[in-house]
Design a protein around this ligand. Sequence first.
Ligand SMILES: NC(=O)C1=CN([C@@H]2O[C@H](COP(=O)(O)OP(=O)(O)OC[C@H]3O[C@@H](n4cnc5c(N)ncnc54)[C@H](OP(=O)(O)O)[C@@H]3O)[C@@H](O)[C@H]2O)[C@@H](O)CC1
Ligand SMILES: Nc1ncnc2c1ncn2[C@@H]1O[C@H](COP(=O)(O)OP(=O)(O)O)[C@@H](O)[C@H]1O
Ligand SMILES: [K+]
Length: 478
Amino acid sequence: MRQAYNLHCYIDDSTLIENAGNYVAQIIQKRWTPSPVLVLCGPGGNGGEGFVVAKRLAKSGWPVRVAVLIARESTVAHLTELWDGPVEALTPAALKDAVLVIDAIFGTGLNRPLGGQAALTLACAAERKMTIIAVDVPSGMYSDTGASEGAVPCSLTVACFHKKPGHLLQPGRSLCGELLVDSSETSVTQSAQFIPDTFENGPTLWVDRLPMLQTVGNKYTRGHALIWGGWPATGAARMAAMGASRIGAGLTTIAVPEVALQVYAAALTSVMVSPVARPEDFGRLLADARYTGLIIGPGAGVGPETRAYVLAILRTGRATVLDADALSCFKDDPLTLFNAIVGPCVLTPHEGEFKRLFEGLLDMKGDKLTRARAAAHTSGCTIVLKGSDTVIAAPDGDAIINANAPPTLATAGAGDVLAGIVVGLLAQGMAPFYAAAAAVWLHGAAASSYGLGLIAEDLPGLLPKELQKLQKIWNHNY
Ligand SMILES: NC(=O)C1=CN([C@@H]2O[C@H](COP(=O)(O)OP(=O)(O)OC[C@H]3O[C@@H](n4cnc5c(N)ncnc54)[C@H](OP(=O)(O)O)[C@@H]3O)[C@@H](O)[C@H]2O)[C@@H](O)CC1
Ligand SMILES: Nc1ncnc2c1ncn2[C@@H]1O[C@H](COP(=O)(O)OP(=O)(O)O)[C@@H](O)[C@H]1O
Ligand SMILES: [K+]
């Protein structure tokens, strides 16, 4: 885990500013032919990088103008030495004939909403649809949360040293436009000095923990996923079952109310069904320790019956996923749920379900990363707070931000398949935080491989190809 991306660090070194500015200038020279450039510089390190960009481009013969937010004397002293050419005031008038606008007003130092001439000038550039290139982050976007107070959409953002959470979390991710990261040697060396707790999701984080097939083994050694199947919304549990099976659970069973037996049985082949006429029947099923991953929620319905089944599942202490209705039915009494959790557990709420469960317990105004972390701490579970920027948070404070999910996943049932993938990995013995991260990433990769027209039923069938790619990485590394 520790060799993975570090999204939090701060380096106080003017050499780094010089390097980062040079890197941004190089990118601009590679991507564009010489054209009139306006560099907007703020009073701190970000403005310093802007001066370096200006110097480098001017040296290469580009027509460059520099506009500063405040008098140059007020800028951090050593940074003013980076640019000895003329400067003008940073106002919308400075935009005049510019073709490229370099936004080096504020970076990680942003500590209040963008206002005054900085806000006016950027808004004006955006309104004129000028090409805006952000140094480190779009000014007005908070680098640690992705929240925006005045940032405008950029064509390109060049992150200095490493990605920050704001590059991955919405709306920051969308405001950045294309994102490039300075991967120069200095940058990588500096980033490695920090002990991170926030990561960008990717196979590096968990590929070594993926369950791999053993030559000697049988279906039981690959784990058995048990899904509570609701009625009358039977599709949700079936999609979860396909997710669990395709990710490698050796067996998948759906426990179904007797009334729904025919519906489930007629629609399933390799996935088994087990009828539950009375609560005792479910208890008997759960007593079988060969069920190594349990899930309830997709299509379960909100009511006392689902609550009772959730609590019965949790009493086993075995690895569990609680999704959808299993979360919503504890809206008025979340502590009963949390107190019942004694084993490894993953909660997979979307924002609506998250609010229902945690509203009375957490500050809902916080950013997504903070809220997911707090929820993991409060519940003692791994939290998968879903969306286009899904955050996976562990009770110990580690968090992973996912950025590979395409918008085609905004389709009914996609979450059910995801929950099934998580339980399929849990059933095979993967630890909850890593199972959740791997599932979210594979879900995004599978959806991306399909393109437009995706429906949730497509997702399980797309997993094998993604698994095979991971197997190659695994074989190469281990
Ligand atoms: N320094 C280094 O070693 C490195 C620097 N790096 C580069 O510099 C960036 C960080 O530099 P930085 O810390 O100087 O902050 P920066 O974002 O330029 O802001 C300057 C000052 O502006 C002010 N201010 C804030 N919000 C405001 C607002 N809305 N409206 C008006 N004023 C506002 C606030 O000061 P205040 O007014 O609160 O005293 C703040 O301190 C980083 O993103 C990267 O690009 C990195 O590459 C790593 C190495
Ligand atoms: N705009 C989007 N971009 C990327 N992923 C998305 C987007 N909208 C939703 N998703 C993902 O799709 C899934 C939807 O899950 P959920 O809201 O529970 O839907 P359902 O209950 O219909 O299955 C989640 O994994 C979520 O992260
Ligand atoms: K900036």
